[in-house]
Ligand binder design. Structure first.
Ligand code: AMP
Ligand code: TRP
Length: 336
């Protein structure tokens, strides 16, 4: 029997999980779980790259794990685990740190954006080192498991390219160490935009809660957020992300959640106004969120989650240890 191809991915436990995370990443995990062997984790080590309150962090970790299952990941099919429970992630990230350069990390656009934000707050004195080195932890997350694909949103493409470069560099230096992974980016919805500033990515770290939809937002709040989403004054429903970013974003959200192509959506909304479009978006988002939230509140206080997470962490540890032991041998750290 041909063995299944493998996928690895994670979401940072910084705050809530957004509709952008769902459409860009989780929806794909759920769709692919039958076909692939999957390792999906809560990236809690990534969540400390910028300061975070410890109680909030704890809450985020549990909540994100429950959300993975509430969104439809089947604990019998997918390995869902907590990143820090597999120690090899940090171990390999150090080795990758020693095989990378500050120059290549400085070129990461996410680092540039995030450090710029600190500078804008007049905090040039406080750009955490972890913000710079975080793509190496991400590369370790990936390379440990020898995945064929990494399902992510478009914003992570550059980090996956860096992962590939590091893997190739180390393969050349030490002999065949790592499998070269490919990104797996959804055709529709790989970058859901901020509802208030539709030229920016929808992000859970946005300071304005009206900018994003959390999967756990109250449906009434979601309605208000979508109603107040920025559009334009043309009243023409057309996919044109450059000139009509707000409307195009609503079209993409609808297209992804209604499982219709952009063309079909444009046709469906031709001759309709923005009020109608927003109401239809509210309908599809509310149906999704209600389903997720019902499952979530059933799960969050059950003991099942811990059992599932531990079982999966064990499976992950098995692969990670095997890989780490090969790495230690090949680069000469193992003296025996
Ligand atoms: P993060 O929340 O930054 O850890 O992102 C976790 C996953 O969600 C990654 O695969 C991202 O590419 C994806 N993602 C985050 N924000 C968005 C967005 N606004 N649109 C599409 N995908 C996103
Ligand atoms: N860095 C990713 C993000 O912010 C999250 C992440 C961490 C990830 N480790 C990963 C995604 C490994 C894919 C594979 O979006």
């Amino acid at each position: 029997m041909k063995s299944k191809k493998r996928m690895v991915s994670g979401i940072t436990a910084t705050g809530t999980v957004t509709l952008g995370n769902y459409i860009g990443a989780i929806k794909n995990f759920v769709k692919l779980q039958e076909e692939f062997e999957m390792y999906i984790f809560v990236a809690n080590l990534h969540a400390i790259t910028t300061p975070i309150d410890k109680l909030k962090l704890r809450e985020n970790i549990k909540s994100m794990a429950a959300l993975y299952f509430a969104c439809g990941l089947d604990p019998n099919k997918v390995n869902v685990f907590i990143q820090s429970e597999v120690l090899e992630h940090t171990q390999l990230s150090w080795i990758l740190t020693c095989n990378s350069t500050i120059g290549e990390l400085n070129r990461m656009t996410q680092f540039k954006d995030k450090s710029q934000k600190q500078k804008n707050k007049n905090r040039t004195d406080y750009i955490p080192t972890g913000l710079l080195t975080y793509p190496l932890l991400m590369a370790a997350d990936i390379l440990l498991y020898e995945p064929d694909y990494v399902p992510v949103g478009k914003d992570q493409k550059q980090h996956i390219e860096l992962t590939r470069n590091l893997a190739e560099r180390m393969n050349n230096k030490y002999g065949n160490l790592f499998k070269i992974p490919e990104e797996y980016i959804p055709e529709v919805g790989s970058k859901i935009m901020d509802l208030q500033n539709p030229t920016n990515k929808m992000s859970k770290s946005s300071e304005n809660p009206k900018s994003y939809i959390s999967l756990l937002d109250d449906i009434k709040i979601v309605e208000k957020k979508i109603k107040s989403a920025v559009t334009d004054s043309e009243n023409l429903i057309k996919y044109d992300p450059i000139n009509k970013p707000g409307v195009s974003n609503l079209i993409v959200i609808y297209s992804s959640l209604a499982n219709k192509s952009i063309k079909e959506v444009e046709l469906f909304f031709s001759n309709k106004d923005y009020g109608f479009l927003k109401n239809e978006v509210i309908k599809v988002v509310s149906i999704l969120l209600k389903e997720i939230q019902d499952k979530y509140y059933n799960l969050i206080n059950s003991n099942d989650i811990e059992t599932w997470l531990e079982k999966s962490a064990n499976n992950a540890r098995y692969l990670a240890r095997k890989k780490m032991s090969k790495v230690m041998d090949k680069i000469g750290l193992n003296y025996k």
